[in-house]
Design a protein around this ligand. Structure first.
Ligand SMILES: O=C(O)CCC(=O)C(=O)O
Ligand SMILES: [Fe+2]
Length: 321
C-alpha cells in the first residue's frame, strides 16, 4: 500500500523510541498492545503499596522494630514489594543519579549511539533484544550495564558523557553492594495504546527501582496499583528467585510500565541476581509438613526466565515440583 511501510521488529528495534517521539511519529503497529479500556480497574488514586521505614529496622526500640518487621513481612507476602524510605541513601544522591540518567538520554543521538548495542545484545544502549514473533514491543529505550562483579564491567559501554556518569554509577554500585546489573530506562511520552514495559515478573532475586515520574504499576489481586512518585523512596521488588528460595512465602509480583502522555519518564533499576551456575532452591527451614515443598532446586533460572519472557510468558512453573 502506498505510503505505508511495514517494518520488522528488528528494524523497529534498531530505531530509538526517543527518535520516534521527537519526530512526532505514531507508534508502529508492533508497539500497540493495549485496547485502552483497562483503566477501569486502575487504582491510580490511592496507592496502598506498603511503605517501610528501613531505619526503624536497625536502631529503635524493640516494639517499634517488631512492628516494622511485621509490616515488612506482610508486605513481602501479600505484595512482593514495598516502597523503602529511611534506607540510608540520601534523596540528593538519588536525584544525582536521576539527573545523570536524564542528561544521558537528553544528548544527541550520535553521542548515545557511541555505545549502542545490536538488537540481539543485552548490554549497552538500545532496545531489549527482539522478542518472539507476535509479541508487542516496549515503548522505551534502555541503557543496560553489568556492574558486579567488577571484572564483568565493560567500560567501553559506559557513557563518557555526561562525564560524571561513571563516577556516579560507581558510587551507587558501591552503596548498592553486589547488585549485578544497572539499567537506566527512558520511556517515551505517549498515550494509551503502547506500554513502556509489558507485564512481567522479574527473574532476579530482587530488584531496586526508582523513577522520576509515575508509570510503574504492580499487580495485586488482579488489579493494577500505581507506584506513587516519591523522590526519597526506592521500590524494592521481589523477583522469581526469591519466590523460589522462600518456597512461595514471598511473592514475585507482576508489574508493568505505562507510558506517560505528558512527559517522558526515567527509571533506574538495579537487579540482584544469584551468580550464574549457582543452584538455588527453597531454604530448608521453609519446607516442612505444614508447608510442603513447592519449588525444586534450579540453576541459571535467569536464562529460563528470559526465554519465557521473550514469548510473553512467566517461567515460574518450570521451577515447581
Ligand atoms: O521502569 C521501571 O520502573 C520498571 C523496570 C522493570 O520492571 C524491569 O526492567 O524489569
Ligand atoms: Fe521488572
Amino acid at each position: 500500500m502506498a505510503g505505508v511501510s511495514v517494518l520488522s521488529a528488528e528494524e523497529l528495534l534498531s530505531k530509538r523510541v526517543q527518535e520516534m517521539v521527537l519526530n512526532g511519529e505514531e507508534p508502529p503497529q508492533l508497539y500497540i498492545c493495549r485496547d485502552g479500556d483497562d483503566t477501569e480497574d486502575d487504582s491510580t488514586l490511592i496507592s496502598p503499596i506498603p511503605i517501610i521505614d528501613m531505619s526503624l529496622l536497625s536502631c529503635s526500640t524493640r516494639s517499634t522494630y517488631e512492628e516494622e518487621l511485621q509490616k515488612l513481612k506482610s508486605a513481602l507476602c501479600s505484595w512482593g514489594c514495598f516502597q523503602a524510605i529511611g534506607h540510608g541513601t540520601p534523596t540528593s544522591f538519588l536525584d544525582k543519579i536521576r539527573q545523570v540518567a536524564r542528561e544521558f538520554f537528553g544528548q544527541p543521538m550520535e553521542e548515545k549511539k557511541k555505545i549502542s548495542k545490536t538488537v540481539v545484545d543485552f548490554e549497552g544502549y538500545g532496545a531489549d533484544p527482539v522478542p518472539e514473533e507476535g509479541q508487542p514491543l516496549d515503548w522505551s529505550d534502555r541503557l543496560f550495564l553489568d556492574v558486579y562483579p567488577e571484572d564483568r564491567r565493560k567500560y567501553k559501554l559506559w557513557p563518557e558523557n555526561p562525564n560524571s556518569f561513571r563516577e556516579v554509577l560507581e558510587e551507587y554500585t558501591e552503596k548498592a553492594e553486589n547488585a549485578d546489573r544497572a539499567h537506566f530506562q527512558s520511556h517515551g511520552e505517549r498515550p494509551d495504546l503502547v506500554l513502556g514495559l509489558k507485564p512481567h515478573a522479574d527473574g532476579s532475586g530482587y530488584t531496586l527501582i526508582f523513577q522520576d515520574e509515575e508509570g510503574l504499576q504492580v499487580q495485586n489481586n488482579g488489579k493494577w496499583f500505581t507506584v506513587p512518585k516519591n523522590p526519597e523512596a526506592v521500590l524494592i521488588l521481589m523477583g522469581d528467585q526469591m519466590e523460589i528460595m522462600t518456597n512461595g512465602i514471598f511473592r514475585s509480583p507482576v508489574h508493568r510500565v505505562l507510558s506517560n502522555s505528558e512527559r517522558d519518564r526515567i527509571s533506574v533499576a538495579m537487579f540482584y541476581t544469584p551468580e550464574a551456575g549457582k543452584e538455588i532452591g527453597p531454604e530448608d527451614g521453609l519446607v516442612g509438613e505444614e508447608r510442603p515443598r513447592i519449588f525444586k532446586k534450579v540453576k541459571d533460572y535467569a536464562d529460563t526466565h528470559w526465554e519465557y519472557y521473550q514469548r510473553g510468558m512467566r517461567a515460574l512453573h518450570t521451577a515447581t515440583v
